[in-house]
Write a protein that binds this ligand. Sequence first.
Ligand SMILES: Nc1nc2c(ncn2[C@@H]2O[C@H](COP(=O)(O)OP(=O)(O)O)[C@@H](O)[C@H]2O)c(=O)[nH]1
Ligand SMILES: [Mg+2]
Length: 231
Amino acid sequence: MSDWIKIGIGGPVGSGKSHLLLRICETLRDKYSMVVITNDIYTREDAQFLTNQKALEQGRIMGVETGGCPHAAIRDDISLNNDALMMMKKKFPDAKLAFIESGGDNLSATFSPDLVDYQIYIIDVAQGGDIPRKGGIGIARSDLLVVNKIDLAPYVEVDLAQMESDILAARGPLGFVMTNLKINTGVNVVCHWIESLLGDNMIEKEAFWAGKPTLQSSTLHHHHHDHDHEH
Ligand SMILES: Nc1nc2c(ncn2[C@@H]2O[C@H](COP(=O)(O)OP(=O)(O)O)[C@@H](O)[C@H]2O)c(=O)[nH]1
Ligand SMILES: [Mg+2]
């Protein structure tokens, strides 16, 4: 049992992985020693974004260039990422949380359980309200599903309540959160979930796919009320 928790953040290009990481770092960095690894296809732009935003102090953010096939680096040949993690652990032995941002996945990509302990999968509403019905392993089985950019729902005519019931049907008791990362909506729920993992280090690896701590969307109804006021 390692003494830190490794969390993968996957999801399609542009869904908000880097912004989610930024918000998580801003919320938890004063409480826990943390490091971040990003998987960029050809550049280190995600690492650069997080460094420029001062998500964490320099040195705690590392970009791994994965070449043409970012899925392989988090699923098949995880050595680049494992090496990066080991370097970080050497540099920051007190690190309690490690995050790995994937280079951007299709709906069936996922992290190897040898690389991460938990997976967050993030989609955004602008990709269409029917995404949860299309399934895929990230949507159906990630430990936490984040539905981002709820502020855009009216513009792309996505019914968030319908999306919620589709998600419940696809995921059963596995948790999900609806977020607007521009204004931090839902971030507290994500961070609360992360902290719940730290509070229980005895969770066995076998539980990876099997439920674990769950939560209900606490932001959806709140959002609807916000919305009513706007109109
Ligand atoms: N409207 C809106 N835009 C967002 C939100 N979260 C992220 N974005 C924007 O979406 C784009 C992609 O975000 P990014 O974090 O880089 O996505 P990544 O490719 O998954 O890492 C950026 O232009 C962000 O400013 C959100 O909640 N609402
Ligand atoms: Mg990114």
